[in-house]
Design a protein around this ligand. Sequence first.
Ligand code: MG
Length: 367
Amino acid sequence: MKITTIRVYRAEMPLQHPYRLSGGRLYFDKLDSTLVAIDTDSGMTGWGEGCPWGSTYLPAFASGIRAGIEELAPQLLDSDPRRLDVVNRTMDLALPGHGYVKSAIDVACWDLLDQYAGLPVCDLLGGNTGEDIRLHSSIPTGTPDEMLASIERARDKGYGVHSCKVGADVALDIERIRVIGATLPATQSVTFDANRAWLPDEAIRVMNGVRDVMTYFEQPCETYEENLAVRRATVQPIALDESIQTFADLARAHSDHACEAIGLKINRVGGLSKAKRLRDYCLATGLRMNIEETGGSVIADTGAVHLAQATPASHRRGTWLCHDMLTVDLAEGGARNAGGITRAPDLPGLGVTPDESLLGDPVAVYR
Ligand code: MG
């Protein structure tokens, strides 16, 4: 099988509700996503998607993906998309770093490999565990009452696990955590995600101020070293998310006992091939994972759900479906929220393809 054409599409996807995170300093009302179709001489087409949640969430941005693919595409034409490690080495040689640029291409190659094998992607990522995948909601920063209203809306959609965005000032964050912690029924659980907003002293004061609330705190501070200082001065479990970009980041965090869990976001770590290596390291070392995408439509989410589907529930915390927060839907089928849980499609490949009539003309075609 050989790659004959790489088509690149841009999709603008409004959010159902304006979204603030990191204490309100980061604001989003729509996402700019890049979808990639890889056509082959076999007649099969593979799809992938990259959507880094605007330009402010990570060192990544939507038009950077499209510019990066312009560098990579000529190196990939005529190569065999089923040889995933070869494809990834080719991309890493052509453009060191920039994992978020490569993710959509890597996922499209997984889609092709598994269509060729006649198996769902999860089966080649280790095998379908047959277990449900527990979903978590994403609750934007707001006043305690606004956040409780968002949680209520999420509960109406079946979510029993919530990722609440905090990180403004110490007193207000303690109030938010106390109010939400006291209101939530015992059957529901919550992670408080600061998305890098706190300085170490603020994180330590908040977490020790709610020391009796034994829940996860996620990415308290900007840098790895700041988060490590917080880890050493607090007792609650910590999940690192934005700080984990590479296998080396994960190995260092494990060696330093910097966290008890990670956010394993497919786009941020460079695709399913690299995410699988991080997943396997976490399985071997007892770290738990939120396996999910950085953002995107049901195409992106379904790729992440395949990795979650191939990962034992014992090591998974929750999976987020970005597309469940959008006003547009680019495909039928795929991994959907069914009362707070989901499953990977039991079809060859990703098991979902976008409705091309909704994508318009490609913004670039390489052949
Ligand atoms: Mg996070």
